[in-house]
Write a protein that binds this ligand. Structure first.
Ligand SMILES: Cc1ncc(COP(=O)(O)O)c(C=O)c1O
Length: 427
């Protein structure tokens, strides 16, 4: 079966109308995150795997502390890709042993801080294990340090988010498994393995094969060193979602069933299974709405200028062939716009020619003051906000049990001046 569970444009438009009615800060653009939907996605992950598993949500998909707090409140841990993200996780109230710290560039100071805080960490390479060994106090890191393996299953459909090809910068290549076995024999504090195959673009078979290979290595280590060794397997994230009505991503439940079938030891007692899904949890929870500021027409066609562009949809602007979003036209009161369709280019507000979200999209005729709704913006959009042209981030509103609340206030020009200033409040 395929996962076509998406918010429908009608309900998104209703939420925007309600925000307008309440006089919330939605001009000239606003971002929304449906926390109820996020909770139900997390509940599905928890239901699909054994009760002892630790399910972390990848902060890099959406780092808003209010979003992270809601995830933690319903039992999720958090996956951090930097020490700053570790601090975001703590700010969201995540218990340290539910935080997984992954980064290929951890400094000695960052490793020391992570060990002091008691978070879980996955070393990216064998040299990092050496650094950890210098810093670890005997017994202190028990059960919390893993080692990332590149399963070398090859690139997936999207090159820039594939990380399991031979040239990947991540993890110890599986072909060096002898060195991995030796590391487990040498470092008694090393507790498990970590694998992440890629993000979006990965089919079920590729994800499962990557995990199967690393789990086979973990079983060899356990056979050699005893069943107490390498007790954790962190299977990363990467489960894709639908951005188009024609996309056919797998169901999360089918992913779990395939793992149970192909990698049964992962589900055995004595194994701590960790997941790090980001996009699958967050992408479909988000949507964005922008006013149309101007509409230009010339012999080449019609272009609507919006208040969200490459600053918000960075990947879409630079790699439109890989990163799709659906757009819908609304009238000034956020009712669906009717009328014959004609090609319209949707351009952002930034000062470069590539700041285009869609070219010649068939849309009802847009006028200044109309609105454009952008679907599936909950992951890898705001978290990749670009400061080019220094536009402030719009308000982010949370949709929660029929209520609306501010998750992050709109950045004012003064906030942007502070961002670019010397620091700590000094201009
Ligand atoms: C190590 C690691 N874990 C988890 C994720 C989350 O991936 P996704 O959002 O595709 O689930 C990523 C994303 O790049 C990652 O690098």
């Amino acid at each position: 079966m395929v996962d076509m569970d998406r918010l429908d444009p009608g309900s998104m438009a209703r939420v925007f109308r309600e925000a307008l009615r309440r006089g919330m800060d939605v001009e000239p653009a606003a971002l929304f995150h449906d926390l109820g939907r996020m909770r139900s996605r997390i509940a599905r992950v928890r239901a699909a795997f054994p009760p002892g598993a630790l399910h972390t949500v990848a902060i890099k998909a959406n780092p808003l502390v209010e979003v992270l707090r809601a995830a933690v409140d319903c039992g999720a841990g958090l996956e951090a890709a930097s020490l700053e993200e570790v601090k975001l996780a703590l700010a969201a109230g995540c218990p340290p042993d539910h935080i997984v710290y992954d980064s290929p560039a951890k400094t000695r100071a960052e490793i020391a801080e992570a060990l002091r805080l008691g978070v879980r960490l996955n070393a990216d390479n064998l040299d990092e294990l050496g650094r950890i060994d210098e810093l670890v106090r005997p017994g202190a890191a028990a059960g919390r340090v893993g080692l990332r393996i590149n399963p070398q299953v090859g690139a997936a459909g999207i090159a820039i988010t594939s990380v399991a090809d031979r040239r990947s910068k991540f993890g110890v290549p599986l072909e060096q498994e002898g060195a991995v076995r030796a590391a487990f024999a040498r470092y008694p504090w090393l507790a498990g393995l970590h694998v992440h195959v890629g993000s979006q673009g990965c089919g079920l078979a590729l994800l499962v094969e990557g995990i199967r290979r690393v789990e086979a290595l973990r079983q060899e280590i356990r056979r050699a060193l005893g069943q107490g060794a390498a007790g954790t397997l962190d299977i990363g994230g990467g489960l894709p979602v639908a951005y188009r009505s024609t996309d056919r991503p797998p169901l999360l439940e089918d992913y779990a069933a395939a793992l149970r079938r192909e990698v049964p030891t992962l589900f055995e007692e004595g194994t701590t299974l960790v997941t790090e899904l980001g996009r699958w949890v967050q992408a479909g929870c988000g949507f964005a709405v922008s006013r149309v500021e101007y509409v230009k027409e010339d012999s080449a066609g019609r272009t609507a200028i919006l208040h969200l562009g490459a600053d918000f949809l960075l990947r879409r602007a630079y790699h439109p062939e890989d990163w799709h979003h659906d757009f819908a036209a609304l009238d000034p009161d956020a009712a669906p716009k009717e009328g014959p369709l004609s090609p319209c280019t949707l351009a952002g507000p930034l000062c470069f020619g590539g700041d285009v979200l869609a070219r010649d999209l068939p849309l009802p005729e847009l006028s200044p003051g109309d609105l454009v709704l952008i679907r599936d913006t909950g992951a890898y959009t705001l978290s990749m906000w670009s400061r080019h042209c220094s536009r402030g981030i719009p308000a982010v509103l949370g949709v929660d049990a029929g209520e609306l609340r501010v998750l992050r206030e709109r950045e004012r020009p003064e906030d942007v001046v502070a961002f670019w200033s010397r620091g700590r409040g000094q201009p």
